[in-house]
Each structure stands twice: as C-alpha cells, then as structure tokens.
Design a protein around this ligand. Structure first.
Ligand SMILES: Cc1cc2nc3c(=O)[nH]c(=O)nc-3n(C[C@H](O)[C@H](O)[C@H](O)COP(=O)(O)OP(=O)(O)OC[C@H]3O[C@@H](n4cnc5c(N)ncnc54)[C@H](O)[C@@H]3O)c2cc1C
Ligand code: FES
Ligand code: FES
Length: 1382
C-alpha cells in the first residue's frame, strides 16, 4: 500500500566499507537475510531469528549531525529491518578481519583461547566484543561479561571465551610483548597478512619453529607458574588505526539531509501539508515502510494511518510479524524524527525523548546523576540499576523507551518503575499535545493503554526525587541475564524528615496480572504507617488480596509469582530501613535479614585448567597430547567457516517449509493444498503419496510415517511440505495449507497418564543383581521416594539444515546435510526414493552443534527433502527456524524415577529397587536404547549389592524424543543420586559421606557383571576433595548459613562412572581413507563428523604423529559417504576412539609403504620421499579400518560387556542461593576427570566444561512447557533458557588426572564427549543442600522432593520461607493448569 504517489526510494548504506545501494529492496527483509542472501556475507549466523541468541550480531555505526559524533552499536541483524539502515554503516565479522588479509585481535583471541568449538556462535561473540572495544578499548571484565549477556553458546561453557577476551582487560601486559614479530608493525610477521598457514591460524606445528617459537600453540605454555592452555604472550595488539573508518560520504549525506530539512521548515507555511522531500518510502509486495523526518510529518502520517505501528527498535513488532504472522500493510518508522530523541532538563526532572534506546537512556541518566545531589536521583539510580538487566546489549541498543512503554508487556521492566516513580508522557497527535500520567489508569487491559491509535508518545518525564524519598526496583527472571522477568516490582516511598512514617507510597508490579498492577489496598494500608515489621505483617496479608493469581492463570507459576510479590516487598522493606539508617534515622536492621537485599556474587575469578605435559622426550613436531587449537577456530572466528546453509544458492533452487499438525491426537479428514499452490512462488506440495519408496521408517518393529496421512499423534508431526522459490513464499504457502481434523479422544501427555493407561512401547527392560526383595528384610531403614526429571531441548545453535541436489542423471543425488550420521542419512534417502545407496552421496563439512539431535530426526527431514528434490528435479534447501526445530524434533526424554531403598545406620545401601518411566513421545525412535542405557547405569559409582532396575518407554502424544548427549545416563544417575541424597537426609548425615561408604573401590563388578578397576574413580573423588578444599569450605558454608537468614550456601560432590562405546558391537567399527598428494600434503577422510567436539583436529594430530609430518601438512575437507562408506554415527563419546584407530591404521600402511624409500634416502624430506614414491609407482592412498571392541549385552541373562571401558570423574560445586527468589549463583566448580592420556587437552577440557554447563542447564534451568493440549509453548530462547555467560561458575577449575593411561583406546586416551554432562547435577545437589539449610530454619528436617530442573520457582517453593508458607493452598480458579506437568 502506498501512502503517497512516491515510488520506492533508493536505500543507501555501507557494509564493511563498501557502499550498498538498492532501489528494489523489500521492506520485510531483515539485515541478516540481506547480508546472507543478497550480499553473500554468510559470517553472521541465524540461531533464533528473534533477538535472543546473538549469533547474528553485527556493528551498526551512525553519524549524529547534532553532536557530530559517530556511534557504534552492536545489534541483532535478525531483527533489524534493512530499510532502517539508510545512512548507516554496518560492520560484519567479515569486515574486521579474514585469513586472506589479517585476522582481528578479537578473532584471534577467541580462537587461541579455545573459545570456538562448533563455531556457530563465534561470529556473534566476536562482533559483540569488537563493538565493545570500538567504544572502550580498555574494558573491565564486568564490561565483557555484560557485553556477552546477549550471546549464547551451547558448546563451550563460556569459560574459554571469557578467558580469551579477558586478555583485552590487561592491554599493557598482553599486548605490549616486544618479542612478537607483529608487535612493532613488522610487516613480515607470519600473521600480518592473514597467512592461512600461520602458526596461530591452524595450530600449525612447524610454523612455530619457523618463527623461532617452538612452544607456540603446540604446548601448554607456562603461565603464572602453571601450564596454560594458550599462549598469552605475543597476542595481536589492538590497534584502533587499523579499523574501518566511518564512510565520509555518509557524513556528507547526513549533513546535507539535515540542511535540507532546516530549509524546508524555514520555508514552510502554517498548516502546510506538503510532504518533506526527504521522507523515505519503501514499498514491497505486502507492505510499505515510511520514514518521516519531522514530527509534523509523523503526526500527519499517524492521523491518516492510525492503525500503522511506529517501529523504532522493531523488537516487539518484528517478532510478532516473524513468528505470529501479523501483517502490517504500513509501518511508520520515525527513527529520523529528531524530536523523539530530544532531552530537556527542568528543575523538576528530565524529559527524555521516547525514541531514545534503552542504552541511550542509560547514558542520559548516567550524566544526570553525576550533576545532581544524591537525594534528587533516587529514581534515576533505580533505573540505572535496572536497565542493564533488560534483555541483552544488542536489544537495549535499539529497543526504544517509548516502544517499551507502549508495548505494555504485563511483565515489562520499565513500566512498574516509571509508574512508581510518578513519570508522565508527552503525547502528541494532530489534535494537539497533552500530558498523560503513567499510572494504573494508563494500562487498560492486556497490552492495551489509554493511548488512542493516532497518538505518538513524544517524550517521557522522569522526575527528580525529593529528600526523604526512596525508590527501588526488583525483578526475578528464569535466568539472571537476558531473560524477560517472571515478576518485577517497583516501589517509591516518601517520609517526613527523620520520620519513619510514610507520607506517600507507590507500588507497582509486573508479571502478576494482564497489566502492570498497582496493589491498591496495599498502598492504602501503607500510607501514613510506621515502617516497621508489624506494619508489614499486615501488608503481606493485604497484598495477597491485591494479587489474584488463581490456578490456570496465563504463564502458570501462580504460587511462585504470588510469593515473589511478597518477597520483593520484603526486600523493599529492608532496603528502606537500610536507607533510613544511612539518612540518620534510628532504626535497627538485623544483619541476618540484610542478606535479602545483597546482590548475589557475580565476579569471575581466574580458573585453572590442569593437564599433563607431554614427556620431554616427545618430538617437538608430534602434536599428540598438546593443547592444539581447534583446526577451524580461526575461520569460525572470521566467519569464513562454511556451514550447510552458507552454501551458495544454486540455479533453480527451492526452499522447503513443513506443514505440521496442530492437533495432538486426531484423524486427518482433509489436506487441502489448493490455496497453497496459488501462493506466488509456490512450486509444489509434497505429500505422503509422493514418496516413491518406503513411506515409513521402522525401528524396533514400530513404523513411523515420514509424512502423516491418516492420523496424527502429536502437535508438530509433519504432514506435508511446501516448496517454493523463496523461503518467504514457502512459508506463506505452508500457512495456506488447510487441514481438517477429527479429534480422537483422550490424548496422553504426562507420564502419570501413560502409566495409568499402560501406554508403553515394548519391550520393558529389567536388570537385577543380588536378591533385592530379601535384602529389604535385613536393613535398618527402608525409604521410598521419587524424582521427575524434565526433558531438554538440544538447542544446537545451527538448526536442522540440508540441501539436496539432484545431479540430473541416473537418479544421482548429492545431499549436504548437517548430520551426525551421514551413512544413515544416505540409507534413508535411498530407501525413501527407492534407489540404491550408491546414487546418494551425503556430505558434511561441519555442524553447528548436534548433541545427539542430528541423527534420526535429521534423516527423516532429509528423506522428505529428497522427495521434494526428486519430484521437482530441482535443488531443495530446508533450514528449520528455531521454533519449528524445537516443535518438530523432540529432545531428551523426561523421566520419572521411583525408588525404594534399604540401608544401614552407617549409610551403607544394601538394596535398591528403581523404576524408570521415560516419556518417549509418539514414536519409538531410539527410546528403547535410551531405556537400556538407563538400566546399565543405575549403579553409577556405587556398589549396591542388591540392585534392581526396571525401565520402560512410555508412548504419549508429544513429539517423539530422541538421542541427547548422555543418552539416558544423565536421567538414570540423577535418580540414583537423589536416592542417596534422601538416604543421607534420613540419617541426618552429609551426603558425601553416604556416597563414600557406597562407592566402588578396587577391582569390581558392575550389576551386569562387567569387570573394572575402580581405582581411578576413587582417585578422582579424593583428588577433587583435595583440590576443592572440600572439608574447609563445607565448614565455611555452614558458618555462612548460620549467619544468614535469606541467603544459603550449599555444596555437593558428585562422581561419575560412564561407559564408553556402543553396546551394539557393529556400531564400534570405523574406517578412514588417507591420500598423500605429490606435494606431500595429506588429505584425511574418516567417518566422524565435526560438530565442535574437535574430532577433525584430533584426527589431524593422529595423522601427523603416524606419518611423522607437521600438522600443517594434514587436511580434512569434509565427511562424505563417497569417500568413507558405511560409517557409524559420531556419538557415544566414541568418535575419536574409533576413527582415530582407523586413521592410524591407514597412516601406518602408508608410512610402511614409504619405508624402502626412507631407507634409500634417510636424509630426505617427507616431500622428497612422497615424490620418489610416486615415480616408484607406490600407492599413496590407503584405507584404514578399525573393528572396534566386541561389546554385547544379554538382557535375558542380565549380563554382558556393553562398554569398552569407563571414564571417571568427580565434580564439586558450591552455590549461593537467594531463598526469597530461588535465584542462585555457582560460586565455584572443581572437576577432576580421568580421561587417560588426553590427545588434546584443550579440546578435552572444552568438552568437559561445555558438557558440564549443558548439564547445569538440564538440571537447573531448561524447562520445556506444553499446554494442556500438548502444544509446545517454549519455542525459542525467549521462553526456553539455556545457560548464558551468567550461569558459568564464577571460578571453574578442571583437572585432568595425570598418569592414568587407558589401555583400551588410541594413545591411551578416553572418550569424553558425554560423561561430564551428568556432573552438572552437582549444581542441582548443591542447590538442594542450600534449600535443606533454608528449610532447617522452618524446622523442616529430612528428605524433601525437588524435581529437576531446579528452576527458581521450584527452588524458592522448596525453601518454604514464611512468604511461600502464607500463600493459601486453595485459591479457586480453573482446574486446567496453564502448562502440563510432564
Ligand atoms: C530478545 C528480547 C528480550 C527482551 N527482554 C526484555 C526484558 O527483559 N524486559 C523488558 O521490559 N522488555 C524486554 N523486551 C522487550 C523490549 O524491551 C521491547 O520490545 C522494546 O522496548 C520495544 O521497543 P521497540 O522500539 O523495539 O518497539 P517496536 O517494536 O519498534 O514498537 C513496539 C510498539 O510500540 C509502539 N510505539 C513505539 N514507539 C512509540 C511511540 N513513541 N509512541 C507511540 N507508540 C509507540 C509501536 O506502535 C509498536 O506498536 C525484550 C525483547 C526482545 C526481542
Ligand atoms: S539469530 Fe539474531 S539473535 Fe538469534
Ligand atoms: S561454539 Fe558456541 S555454540 Fe558451538
């Protein structure tokens, strides 16, 4: 829709120093798609598309004509409409450095510090810190952690990222190294020109020597006396003169526009409706964006088009349009209306233009605070304290003040505080201007305000405070940073001089009603009352009447949210008392109470990573055992690393979008695709009947339809797929498919329902040693308990991605798929298309994380995608959006564990009977194998003589769950450890003592009669105890808890014994193919896929050692089924063990073949031998094979040898818990692991840290929520919280046990990908320990139930503080809960 006769304007902006002009831009295009699709700058990634993950972070720079300054802001390209960039300069990860020119210090440091594993998050991390450094070259660690709050990483555990970037905090020491050839501008430095062979770039073994630095990259370097994982000396210096300058043309353009605007206004007559020539318009297929340049024009537009939203940051409208399908035919974007950014100071306060971003507001208020006496700035300081907790920096940099207010989110952070602070709005329209108080009357309903559609909020008045006025605000969120609040509270109180009697009080809450809520009765009660405990006892009761959250309220968590209103009020009570005391009023504040208002610790301290040095006798060139940087870390940091969706578009390529079921259990009556086929660009709709070959996938005798056609059994089940020329068209086509269902009765969602209705997949599994039933008669105590463990979303940063290309002859297909299991994908595509496997080649360059989620589900998706390619004879790409991925692909199995345990007074457990119910979802997938793995780990690290486990996969109407790192073990052991914690609680003994008396020691037998030696298990435990200073700290914790009433500390030590290898023997084999080319370079192919775990880096190390050549000579291009066939999945922590042996085998063959030549020319070089071998007609290509261990498990006899060996470890964690909110912080974590002789300590420590934090997510924060109709509600980072930087332990120490060679795996190493995930439960048990301490205050002693994840809600309610206890249990409302309790 056009607003005037004007045609679309020319868009002009700069990207990486190059001018971009576009006359035909579609205003719906985001900067991210423009960069990736149009400019082919694929370094910026899409992890969520909604501003929640930071993978798309770029820097946006603008010139301000008034201040004549240039601002640099980190922004999320996925939400930024490209049309808003007119006149701006964008810098992407490609613009700051590349291996072809020079890499930037930010890129270098994240790579060198091993902060890039799968690398999908890395460009975003780089750009966040790059922007920080452009604004502040000397940041503090706090600056860096705050900057990274909006960037998620699923692999690393953040420690190495922080470590790498922390080097910018010590510029003088880390960059001033005179020894670095680069430091003084030496142009010949190996890094100066981005030399790809640079020792830094590739972890290159020989280039270090070339530079006279033999230790570089190859060895752990000495740092502060300890062996360090990376070399902190000689880092590339930060040099501002090297950065791209802001394009002068854009400055001239802005100045000229400003001049024209002034002249226009000077010439303008009263009432003139003439449109300013500078107003820009962009028109697309479905809508237009108009950019007024003055307030008159804005008001005119708004009065003509009152329904058109004003879009500034697009952080509210953008996600609504993208994810909810809201369409706005016209959008008015007043980002160039100067008046919206004006700041006007008055003696009463400051008028802040409503267009200012939240970050700008921080600067404005920061300056105001500096110029005024403290008592006048109470509100400003409260805002300054609160603003950094809103979203991440990238969002705050664009989200506007006016947008936040008008969006009127019920849990808005700003509205309660602005309302409590007596703020008002200047509202303008063509009808005039008026002031509107921001108070309870402003909010009239869910996301509705008193404003009329044509109203524009011009500015917000934020008043100064008066003497004796105190303002505070509080929030509680599912994650400490970058999370929408669960509840916010803001309060203001005014006293008479030196009085404790309130004269005025204002209280507002967010998150407890459809609008920002003023608890009227509470405010009335508090007015004119003394600020004392007695008053507040009444206040809490009245507040309970003001806040009405009956069961079934939208958002759920009714009791928790109600309790938060009380505890936030209590915090305000204490805060005010403390403030009054400082003001000289004679009040008593109990020191024990004060803990309620102290912030949780948040300062990161240096961490230790200890590993064994390689023997002095080892050749300098031999990289095995050294902390070699991930081979692609540099290209990941420069954005050059290619992921599936980075592959260039091919001619005629189509995009596929899936249509999924909206019903959990229903018959499909009709699928009507008529409308869909009419959508422009739509080419076809792929249905079940289009599948030429097998239409089902069969596992354990159960069939699963690739596309449902008669019936659906979960919301999210795939029914058909729309292919179109673009993703946008395919999405519109998918939305136009009409499906009629007939609901079937009684869907099953929860485990309780499945158990009651006996909805199980067969077979059940049972395992037993000893005589459990009899043993229960011989023990001192018998206790029964249970724990529910929630599921987990993989949240690999790269969503499911694939591109299937028909070659055009003989039914040949090339499939580029982000999969962990290329051979299975090949097999599935072949059988789906009814063609032989030799016509399908599957190629995998790298994956942006997988964690088990890219095996079976990917194969199904690739099969459907291949049908689309087959039917249309065109290349078809499918990349799931985050929400689709979460909805369709399932995750970790939720588990209900019930146990009966018999034990002696001294803590020895004699008998345990444990039952596991797993929620498999609607298909069996790998659920039976998950149940088996659960059964195999029920003993964990403990020798329980009489032990029985029973497990079953429950069939429900939820999306089918699948493999996930740990494959059932994290759920299995969690139940056992909970049981042990209960035993300790019954006996009143510390849990670690009960663990110790039951732990395996010496030569032992598992419950399935596999022999092992528990020595290293014991060593990990005792070493961890020493390293963590456990006893002393435990004592200190107890003392802390005695002193503090509302803050409790807890500690836990948890061991792990984890079986490595596949129980299905055939999966343990591996193969490799090694080519040596005439120039001496070596190409290795093997069956493992690189998904961040560093398998390619390790394989290069293996080849380097075996061929006795530098690492730089070895290259791995991709994993493909046409180089190495019939491979096994990269899973079960067995990738290095299996593929390493196969690569070794191939290299040995080649090395032996060269032996005669080496003997002839002993002084020759590798290149000369290879060259000679060619002329001697010696084959320079060899395959390698590894048969793998013959593992087996006989379930009838309940015995076997399902593993090759065990990996052991122990974690000790300490947390501090805020009992009033359930918020906690991990103060310190020490992990000791036996991984044999590490092939690459930096990679292995990376796996340990990353898995640990993923475990912390599983057990403490990641919560999948389904509606009572089985609809997944948590479909993105806004609703589903994975750990962020703030969740990393403040001190995170990892020790690899020395001198523990493992005879069962390559170079005496051990598999490590999965085992440590379970140790994240140490945080859960430390929280539980802290909760137990809190409960003791209420005289609640003994075992209590705390389900996993221990979210703030569960934790807070388990603490049973007086605030949770006074909430009436029966509060009416509907019986249907808001989310299901799975
Ligand atoms: C990932 C993410 C995390 C977030 N976290 C938080 C959080 O922790 N706490 C929190 O409070 N919020 C949070 N938000 C919400 C965010 O703060 C708001 O979306 C933002 O402030 C809205 O501003 P905007 O400029 O982007 O609005 P836009 O999307 O541009 O516009 C929003 C609406 O406001 C109206 N509007 C805007 N300006 C005016 C004006 N001057 N006059 C009249 N109407 C106007 C528009 O018409 C439109 O309807 C988050 C958002 C995202 C995407
Ligand atoms: S992709 Fe932009 S924030 Fe996630
Ligand atoms: S390295 Fe951060 S998501 Fe993989």
């Amino acid at each position: 829709m056009s607003t005037t006769e004007k045609q679309t304007d020319m868009l002009c902006f700069y990207v990486n120093g190059k001018k971009v002009t576009d006359q035909h831009v579609d205003p719906e295009t985001t900067l991210l798609s423009y960069l990736r699709d149009k400019l082919r700058l694929t370094g910026s990634k899409s992890g969520c598309g909604g501003g929640g993950c930071g993978a798309c972070t770029v820097m946006m720079s603008r010139y301000d004509v008034i201040t004549k300054t240039i601002s640099h802001l980190s922004v999320n390209a996925c939400l930024l409409p490209v049309v808003q960039l007119h006149g701006a300069a964008v810098t992407t990860v490609e613009g700051i450095g590349s291996t072809k020119t020079r890499i930037h210090p930010v890129q270098e440091r994240i790579a060198l510090a091993h902060g890039s594993q799968c690398g999908f998050c890395t460009p975003g991390m780089v750009m966040s810190v790059y922007t920080l450094l452009r604004n502040n070259p000397h940041p503090t660690m706090e600056d860096i952690t705050l900057t990274l709050a909006g960037n998620l990483c699923r692999c690393t555990g953040y420690r190495p990222i922080l470590d790498g970037f922390s080097t910018f905090c010590q510029e003088s020491s880390s960059n001033g190294n005179a020894d670095c050839c680069r430091a003084n501008g030496n142009a010949d430095c190996c890094r100066a020109n981005g030399n790809a062979d640079c020792c830094r770039a590739n972890g290159n073994g020989d280039s270090g020597q070339a530079n006279g630095n033999a230790d570089f990259c190859q060895k752990g370097t000495e740092y502060n006396g300890a062996l360090d994982l990376f070399d902190r000396d000689g880092l590339l210096p930060l040099d501002e003169t090297q950065e791209l300058i802001f394009p002068p043309e854009l400055i001239l353009m802005s100045e000229a526009q400003s001049q024209a605007r002034q002249e226009f206004h000077a010439d303008r007559q009263e009432g003139d409706r003439q449109v300013h020539a500078d107003r820009q318009e962009f028109h697309g297929d479905r809508g237009s964006w108009v950019f007024p340049v003055c307030v008159e024009d804005l008001l005119h537009l708004k009065s003509t088009h009152p329904e058109a939203p004003l879009v500034l940051g697009n952080t509210n409208i953008g996600p609504e349009m993208k994810f909810k399908g809201v369409l706005h035919p016209l959008i008015i974007s007043p980002i160039r209306v100067k008046e919206l950014y004006d700041i006007t100071h008055t003696p009463q306060g400051v008028w802040v233009g409503a267009g200012n971003s939240l970050s700008a507001m921080q600067c404005i208020l920061g300056n105001v605070v500096k110029s005024l006496p403290d008592h006048e700035t109470e509100l400003y300081r409260a805002l300054l304290k609160h603003l950094p907790s809103i979203a991440g920096v990238q969002i705050r940099n664009v989200a506007s003040l006016g947008g936040n207010i008008v969006s009127a989110f019920p849990n808005s952070d700003l509205n309660p505080l602005l309302a409590a602070g007596n703020c008002k709005l200047k509202v303008v329209s063509t009808g005039g201007s008026r002031e509107v108080p921001l108070n309870e009357d402003f909010f009239v309903g869910f996301r509705k305000t008193v404003l009329k559609p044509e109203d524009v909020v011009l500015s917000v008045f934020i008043p100064r405070t008066r003497k004796w006025e105190i303002v505070r605000s509080y929030r509680q969120a599912p994650r400490k940073e970058n999370a929408l609040a669960t509840v916010t509270g803001a309060m203001r109180v005014l006293f008479g001089p030196l009085s404790m009697v309130t004269e005025e009080i204002s209280v507002y809450y967010g998150g407890v009603a459809p609008t920002t809520l003023r608890p009227r009765m509470t405010c009335d009660l508090l007015t004119g009352r003394r600020w004392e405990e007695q008053t507040f006892r009444e206040v809490y009761q009245v507040l309970l009447q003001d806040v009405d959250l009956p069961p079934g309220s939208p958002g759920g968590m009714e009791t928790f949210r109600t309790s938060l209103t009380l505890s936030l009020m209590f915090s305000f009570y204490l805060d005010v008392l403390t403030a009054l005391k400082h003001m000289g009023v004679a009040v008593d504040v109990s020191p024990a109470d004060c803990s309620a208002i102290e912030p949780l610790p948040r300062t990161f301290t240096p961490s230790l990573q200890e590993f064994q040095k390689v023997p002095d006798t080892q050749s300098e060139q031999d990289p095995v055992g050294r902390p070699i940087m991930h081979r692609s870390a540099v290209s990941q940091a420069t954005g050059e690393a290619v992921y599936c969706d980075d592959l260039p578009h091919t001619s005629g390529e189509l995009f596929m979008v899936l249509v999924t079921s909206t019903r959990a259990h229903a018959k499909i009556i009709e699928v009507n695709v008529t409308e869909a086929l009419r959508v422009p660009g739509v080419v076809d709709v792929i249905r079940h009947s289009d599948i030429p070959g097998r239409k089902v996938r069969t596992m354990f005798g159960y069939h699963e339809d690739l596309l449902a056609h008669t019936q659906v059994s979960c919301v999210g089940q795939m029914i058909c797929a729309v292919v179109a020329d673009t993703k946008a068209h395919a999405k519109r086509g998918a939305a136009a498919v009409k499906i009629r269902y007939e609901d079937l009765p009684n869907p099953i969602f929860t485990l309780e329902e499945a158990i009651e209705r006996k909805s199980f997949f067969e077979p059940h599994r049972t395992i037993e040693r000893g005589n459990v039933t009899e043993a229960f008669h011989t023990v001192h105590h018998v206790y029964e308990g249970q724990i529910a463990i929630g599921g987990q979303e993989h949240f690999y940063m790269e969503t499911q991605s694939m591109l299937i290309l028909p070659v055009g002859e003989d039914n040949e297909f090339k499939a580029y798929v982000s999969t962990q299991y290329p051979a299975y994908t090949q097999e599935c595509i072949a059988e789906t298309l009814a063609i032989p496997s030799n016509r399908v080649s599957v190629h995998v360059k790298r994956l942006g994380g997988a964690f088990g989620g890219k095996v079976t589900k990917t194969a199904i998706l690739a099969s459907i995608c291949s049908v689309a390619a087959y039917k249309t004879s065109r290349p078809v790409r499918c990349v799931l959006e985050r929400g689709e991925d979460m909805l369709i692909t399932g995750g970790r199995h939720p588990v209900l564990g019930k146990y009966k345990v018999g034990f002696m007074n001294d803590g020895r457990i004699q008998a345990a009977d444990i039952q596991y119910f797993t929620n498999a979802g609607n298909t069996i997938d790998e659920s039976l194998l998950v149940v088996e793995k659960i059964m195999l780990h029920i003993d964990s690290a403990y020798n329980i003589p009489h032990l029985r486990g029973r497990g079953v996969a429950c069939r429900t109407h939820l999306p089918s769950n699948t493999a996930f790192r740990g494959f059932g073990v994290p759920q299995s052991i969690m139940v056992l450890e909970n049981m042990i914690t209960d035993v300790a609680a019954v006996l009143g003994r510390p849990a670690h003592e009960v663990r110790e008396v039951n732990m395996y020691s010496g030569p032992s037998l598992t419950h399935y009669k596999m022999e092992f030696d528990a020595d290293n298990l014991q060593k990990c435990w005792s070493e961890c105890k020493v390293r963590s200073d456990y006893e002393a700290r435990r004592l200190a914790t107890e003392q802390f808890n005695q002193r503090q009433l509302w803050r409790k500390r807890g500690m836990a030590m948890i061991p792990i014994k984890y079986g490595i290898a596949f129980g299905e023997s055939f999966l343990n084999q591996a193969a490799a193919l090694v080519h040596v080319y005439k120039d001496g370079s070596v190409l290795v192919s093997h069956g493992g896929t690189e998904m961040g775990q560093g398998v390619h880096t390790k394989m290069q190390q293996v080849a380097s050692r075996e061929l006795h050549i530098p690492l730089s000579k070895v290259y791995i291009s991709e994993t493909s089924t046409n180089t190495v066939p019939n491979t096994c999945p990269s899973a079960a922590s067995f990738g290095t063990d299996a593929n390493g042996m196969a690569v070794k085998n191939a290299c040995e063959t080649l090395y032996q073949r060269l032996e005669p030549i080496r003997k002839q020319k002993p002084k020759g070089t590798w290149e000369s031998w290879v060259d000679a071998a060619f002329f001697e007609k010696i084959s320079l290509s060899a395959t390698g094979f590894y048969r793998g261990p013959d593992c087996y498990m006989n379930w009838e006899q309940m015995q076997g040898q399902p593993y090759a060996y065990f990996t052991y470890g122990t974690a000790c964690c300490e947390v501090e818990l805020d009992c009033l909110t359930g918020d906690y912080r991990t103060l310190r974590t020490d992990i000791v692991v036996d991984i044999g002789r590490s092939i690459n300590p930096s990679v292995d420590i990376g796996q340990i840290e990353g898995a640990f934090l993923q475990g912390v997510g599983l057990y403490t924060m990641e919560e999948l929520r389904f509606s009572p109709d089985g609809v997944l509600l948590t479909r993105g980072p806004s609703q589903y919280k994975i750990p962020a930087v703030c969740d990393a332990p403040l001190s995170f120490n990892v020790y690899l046990l020395p001198d523990v060679p493992n005879p069962h795996a390559i170079y005496s190493s051990k598999g490590i990908g999965e085992p440590i995930l379970f140790l994240g439960s140490a945080v859960f048990y430390a929280i539980k320990d802290a909760v137990a301490a809190a409960r003791r205050h209420s005289s609640l002693i003994g075992p209590f139930r705390l389900d996993s994840p221990a979210t703030p809600e569960r934790t807070c309610l388990a603490c049973q503080t007086p605030f949770t206890q006074i909430i009436p249990t029966s509060r009416g409302g509907c019986s249907k809960p808001w989310p299901l309790n799975l």
